[in-house]
Design a protein around this ligand. Structure first.
Ligand SMILES: *[C@@H]1O[C@H](CO)[C@@H](O)[C@H](O)[C@H]1NC(C)=O
Ligand SMILES: *[C@@H]1O[C@H](CO)[C@@H](O)[C@H](O)[C@H]1NC(C)=O
Ligand SMILES: *[C@@H]1O[C@H](CO)[C@@H](O)[C@H](O)[C@H]1NC(C)=O
Ligand SMILES: *[C@@H]1O[C@H](CO)[C@@H](O)[C@H](O)[C@H]1NC(C)=O
Ligand SMILES: *[C@@H]1O[C@H](CO)[C@@H](O)[C@H](O)[C@H]1NC(C)=O
Ligand SMILES: *[C@@H]1O[C@H](CO)[C@@H](O)[C@H](O)[C@H]1NC(C)=O
Length: 647
């Protein structure tokens, strides 16, 4: 409802202003047919905002009424008479929708002075205005020459949308010409192409290739040179900037992002037939105190560079100063560490059975020993056999049973005793089978990883660090995710620890183990391979991701004429897989851990230590007891001797 009211009011306002402008409108010097051609143009370009530039001298009134009715009923129209106190630029505002500009007579001196020159100086021969410029052919001059004569003085770019419409001498058909320049900076010639024609009978007819988007049509830049900027931060001395940047075979671990994306820009060069003159800096760009930018950002904002050939993070602070291209590079940045083999202390030898089962087994064994004691007493009473009734005899007999040795057949005569012994044997057989099978199975199978989320990592006793690189700080501090903040405050910045490291230091600590490092995956993997990381250790690596993939784009000055072309090129590379191919070329070959795990089944010391420890304890205990026994044996004799000596 409110919307409707606003509409009604705004239309009232527009109509009112239209009537107020009546004295100016009267003098529109065009005819009805040209207006029909213009309407067809508006329709084909889907435009609804119109600016009519009147040329000043008087004209016929009848069709003017028609003109207004037609235009005003379908479009939002604004009128401008050159020489009005208002300037042409004042009619535009930033971010307004694309507007069609109707110029009734391009030869008129006032139009040239107040419209074309002003537009050229302020940069309005660009994609935000669709110019429809009327004129008539001359008999003495070919159309192209005529257009060149009138328009060659103006600055316009590759994104100019200018249609020059020339009336043929027969007054029933109009020829349409497309006019642009490749670059507004250098001395590049005006490019004039036949676009189609408009006639009373045939309507608005475009040539076939003008049905494509202008980006596809204007893809030959004629070898112009664009200024580009990139940052190199890890270049070893003794290398030429350009050869280093263009090299995609050597030293791939250095400046990988910038050099990787430069490969895409080489494709852009051949795609658009242009060349790039690259200037190098050593930083990405920070906002300085005096309001200007340093580094790549500085070169682009100051106009020294037309675009960046290095990837720039999408950052809110930069947005007001520059324009981003679509995604140029996606970067994986997460935590990486060697996963500890067993994060819990429980020993593998106790592993197969739960504690409950172990207790049950113990109770059963104790019970069977007690039972055997009774049986042995019975044996002695009934059979007068000479089995010993001592506890130690019973204990060793039971041990033999459980270890599947069994007492000799004639030790026990009673059927009940034999039954007890046989069932204990069966039970022990089953227990051993379960146990043995599990131990083998657990050694063959991959140990499950327990640290798989940021929360797990935070709770574990691993030390957490990150690479000393600006985006890491932004990631950890400029976030609303509480856990991430805590990881940064309590783990990475833990007092007394030095956890913000260079890539090299980080890699060394990863290899040492018990250290999780936050960094770019492609760089750290390459470095780890270079550091000759052991294959076993490599296969223990675990990544933890807590942000979505990190995306970056190229940057250009705001309103750059090249933005559509760059966007088209990058999306084209993505769609055709060239971008993915380039990514693959820069990826490091990692060992296949699936193959590796299957072949590895050895019991290492870490797993076997408890068994050894138990044996050592037993040896020590028995040695101690042995010494005690010796002592007990020698003590009476010692005492005797002492007594003999004292008397
Ligand atoms: C076309 O129109 C122009 C002016 O509008 C006039 O001078 C000319 O004679 C006309 N030509 C024809 C063939 O009617
Ligand atoms: C590139 O531009 C140059 C200069 O205009 C031209 O001679 C050449 O034919 C163009 N190359 C292609 C592939 O279009
Ligand atoms: C801002 O300061 C830097 C050095 O701190 C200087 O190079 C640059 O020219 C200054 N920019 C302006 C606009 O003053
Ligand atoms: C990170 O690196 C910068 C320079 O590259 C250095 O000034 C800073 O001290 C380093 N920070 C830490 C914590 O090592
Ligand atoms: C992140 O940084 C931007 C710009 O500096 C700021 O506007 C925003 O509030 C910050 N967000 C958080 C969660 O700190
Ligand atoms: C066209 O140029 C004007 C003035 O330079 C600028 O404000 C506007 O953003 C540009 N439009 C586009 C689409 O680049």
């Amino acid at each position: 409802m409110i919307k409707l009211q606003v509409k009604v009011i705004s239309w009232l306002f527009i109509i009112l202003t239209a009537f107020l402008c009546v004295p100016q409108i009267e003098s529109i010097n065009t005819n009805f047919l040209e207006l029909a051609a213009f309407e067809d143009f508006l329709r084909s370009q889907h435009l609804s905002q119109v600016l009519v530039v009147r040329s000043g001298d008087g004209g016929n009134g009848d069709w003017q009424v028609e003109c207004h009715q037609k235009l005003l009923s379908n479009y939002r129209v604004q009128f401008y008479r050159p020489g009005m106190p208002q300037n042409f630029e004042d009619l535009m505002f930033y971010g307004s929708p694309r507007t069609a500009v109707l110029v009734l007579n391009f030869r008129h001196i006032l139009v040239r002075r107040h419209v074309f020159r002003a537009a050229s100086e302020a940069g309005y021969f660009n994609n935000s205005l669709a110019w429809f410029i009327l004129g008539s052919s001359s008999e003495s001059l070919p159309d192209e020459r005529l257009i060149e004569e009138h328009f060659s003085g103006y600055s316009m770019g590759i994104d100019a949308d200018i249609t020059v419409v020339l009336r043929r001498p027969d007054n029933t058909s109009w020829l349409l010409y497309d006019v642009y320049r490749i670059s507004s900076q250098g001395p590049t010639p005006l490019i004039i192409g036949r676009k189609g024609q408009w006639s009373v009978s045939g309507g608005y007819q475009l040539l076939d290739n003008y049905r494509n988007s202008w980006v596809i049509r204007r893809r030959n830049f004629g070898q112009i040179t664009l200024q580009a900027s990139t940052a190199l931060t890890e270049k070893p001395s003794g290398f030429d900037d350009m050869t280093y940047l263009a090299d995609d075979i050597h030293l791939l671990e250095r400046d990988p992002m910038q050099r990787k994306t430069y490969q895409l820009f080489r494709l852009v060069q051949s795609m658009y037939n242009l060349s790039l003159a690259i200037s190098f800096t050593d930083r990405w760009g920070e906002l300085l105190e005096n309001g200007s930018w340093s580094g790549v950002m500085g070169q682009v904002t100051s106009g020294a560079a037309d675009l960046a050939v290095c990837p720039m993070r999408f950052v809110v602070d930069r947005q007001p100063y520059i324009q981003y291209s679509p995604v140029l590079l996606t970067q994986d940045i997460h935590f990486i560490f060697r996963h500890p083999r067993h994060s819990h202390i429980r020993n593998i030898f106790f592993e197969p059975l739960s504690t409950q089962v172990w207790w049950c087994v113990l109770v059963l064994v104790a019970g069977s020993i007690l039972l055997l004691l009774l049986h042995v007493r019975q044996e002695r009473l009934l059979h007068r056999s000479h089995v010993e009734s001592r506890l130690s005899f019973v204990w060793f007999s039971m041990l033999e049973t459980y270890l599947q040795q069994g007492p000799t057949t004639d030790t026990f005569r009673l059927f009940s005793t034999r039954l007890l012994i046989s069932f204990c044997c069966t039970f022990s057989f089953m227990l051993m089978q379960f146990y043995g099978a599990f131990i083998v199975g657990s050694l063959l199978s991959e140990s499950p990883r327990s640290i798989v989320s940021l929360q797990d990592l935070y709770d574990s006793n691993l030390v957490i660090g990150m690479e000393n690189i600006s985006y890491n700080f932004a990631m950890f501090t400029n976030t609303s995710y509480q856990l991430v903040k805590e990881v940064f405050a309590q783990k990475i910045c833990k007092s007394g620890e030095h956890n913000i490291l260079t890539l090299q230091q980080g890699a060394e600590r990863i290899i040492q183990g018990r250290f999780a490092f936050h960094t770019a995956m492609d760089r750290i993997y390459r470095l780890l391979m270079d550091l000759q990381m052991d294959e076993v250790e490599f296969c223990e690596l675990q990544e933890i991701k807590f942000t979505s993939t990190y995306t970056t784009g190229s940057i250009m000055p705001k309103g750059s004429p090249w933005r559509e072309h760059l966007a088209h090129a990058l999306l084209h590379f993505q769609a055709t897989g060239l971008k993915q191919y380039n990514d693959r070329k820069w990826m490091v070959q990692r060992p296949d851990c699936n193959q590796f795990k299957a072949s590895q089944a050895e019991v290492d010391l870490e797993h076997f230590a408890p068994a050894l420890f138990a044996l050592v304890l037993a040896i020590m205990a028995s040695a101690m007891v042995f010494l005690l026994e010796l002592l007990v044996h020698w003590l009476p004799e010692l005492r005797k001797r002492l007594r003999a000596m004292s008397t």
